[in-house]
Write a protein that binds this ligand. Structure first.
Ligand SMILES: [Zn+2]
Length: 442
């Protein structure tokens, strides 16, 4: 099964942080890039994973430059190599590959958009492109890690780039990380070499929804975390899951959170919940769709149809025609109608004056002037207006300015109910069993 790394898996570059920190990481990134190049060119053997394993190029265990160090099996070696660049999206990273034209970029991006979530690219991930003598792409590989390959190959029959997916089998390992708070939780975890950046962020995100760290955390409080990670030939694959996290404190008391996941790895319900099935994210906003597959992120990008660079003022969620579209919060429908390139467009104004936009809809389930509740179905997903396929363009405008919806924690449900809660209880029992089986380390 393809693992869903989760949004949390974004590398630190994409995290909002203070400037000096980002600068430090930028320099580290550049340094590692140079290292990666240095390792690649002296000895670019077609396939020698074990030799690469011994290189140990990661001084502080980030994943940058990691995937690009291991050459995959290739049809031929006459490719051009590229990487996902820090602060750049997929299209811009691709455009930086020598020999790449804008037309090539659009063809590749549109060829993988339905399979690859465009909010989940990390700096340092590997790209490889094969060109024919006319500069046309014959083959393309995007490799987010050493076991995963998204491949496009030009079909002789159709003349188009056809997508295929390969993933090597991995070994799943679980471990418990337990310890005592000294300073902040983040600092306590950062001291431990076995705790990756990814796990630290995942744990922080899971626990900050339950504990008010500013006021309730004390030195000597204890934490216990069960993580699940994948390994290939002894090497950790970036990402993983925090199945369980608990915190016991003098003031905070004892708190526990469990991971819940449905069969669909992209379900919007996949998240951490408390024992009572309560979600931890507290923005109170409902995701506008039930399934999270982002085909385009917020910010400057190359438009998939026009090829022009412009500000994409929302997020595109790929989906199936007719899937429900939800109001993210209560409000009043300002307008619902056809609007040129936006297609069927719905605008809701919320209590604080914020407006949310829903574009390319197939149909409306409400009309202008209506009052709607958060989580109410207001429309059906479609592909009206200027659109490459069924998707929802979702935008948030606050005080006249567009905001990045991915910066806001939206959830599918504040509390799991019915069949979902029953399933969650079963999953909790399984996780408790795993906790007992997994030997404690530190
Ligand atoms: Zn859009």
């Amino acid at each position: 099964m393809q693992r869903n790394p989760g949004r949390i898996d974004r590398f630190i570059f994409y995290k909002e942080g203070n400037r000096p920190q980002r600068l430090v990481f930028l320099f580290m990134a550049i340094g590692l890039f140079m290292l990666a190049l240095w390792f690649l060119f002296p000895d670019d053997t077609p396939d020698d994973r074990d030799a690469v394993d011994a290189m140990s190029v990661n001084p502080f265990d980030p994943y940058i430059g990691y995937a690009s160090l291991v050459p995959e099996e290739t049809a031929s070696a006459d490719y051009v190599e590229g990487w996902i660049l820090p602060y750049k999206g997929f299209e811009d990273s691709l455009l930086a590959v020598p020999g790449m034209t804008l037309a090539n970029v659009l063809e590749i991006a549109n060829g993988i958009r339905d399979q690859v979530d465009f909010s989940k690219f990390y700096a340092g991930e590997a790209l490889r492109v094969w060109f024919d003598e006319n500069g046309k792409v014959t083959r393309f590989v995007y490799r987010p890690n050493i076991v995963t390959y998204h491949t496009l190959i030009r079909s002789e029959k159709t003349g188009r780039l056809e997508y295929s997916f390969t993933r090597y089998p991995t070994e799943m390992r679980r471990r418990i990380i337990a310890g005592e708070m000294q300073g902040t939780l983040n600092a306590s975890l950062a001291q431990r070499s076995e705790v990756t950046t990814w796990i630290r962020q995942a744990v922080n995100n899971a626990l900050e929804g339950m504990i008010s760290f500013n006021t309730d955390a004390r030195n000597g409080d204890t934490y216990r975390i069960l993580v699940e990670e994948e390994f290939y030939k002894g090497r950790r694959i970036p990402g993983g899951r925090v199945l369980f996290a608990s915190y016991t404190g003098k003031i905070a008391g004892h708190r526990e959170t469990f991971w819940y996941e449905e069969d669909d790895p992209k379900s919007a319900y996949n998240a951490h919940y408390t024992v009572d099935g309560k979600a931890l994210a507290s923005s109170g906003l409902r995701l506008p769709v039930d399934r999270i597959h982002i085909t385009s992120t917020f910010g400057f990008r190359i438009h998939p149809i026009t090829g022009q660079r412009h500000l994409h003022n929302g997020v595109d969620y790929g989906g199936r025609m007719g899937e429900p579209v939800y109001a993210v919060a209560a409000g009043r429908v300002v307008s619902a109608g056809m609007d040129g390139a936006s297609g069927n467009k719905l605008i809701i104004r919320h209590i604080d004056g914020t407006e949310t936009y829903y574009l390319h809809l197939n149909s409306f389930a409400t009309r202008a002037g209506s009052v709607v509740k958060g989580g109410q179905i207001v429309a059906r997903l479609g592909s009206t207006g200027r659109s490459t396929g069924p998707h929802l363009h979702f935008g948030i405008k606050r005080q006249g300015k567009w905001e990045n919806p991915l910066r806001i924690k939206m959830i599918a449900a504040p509390v799991l109910t019915g069949d979902r809660f029953e399933r969650f209880k079963r999953e909790m029992r399984t996780i408790r069993g795993l906790l007992e089986k997994t030997a404690e380390k530190g």
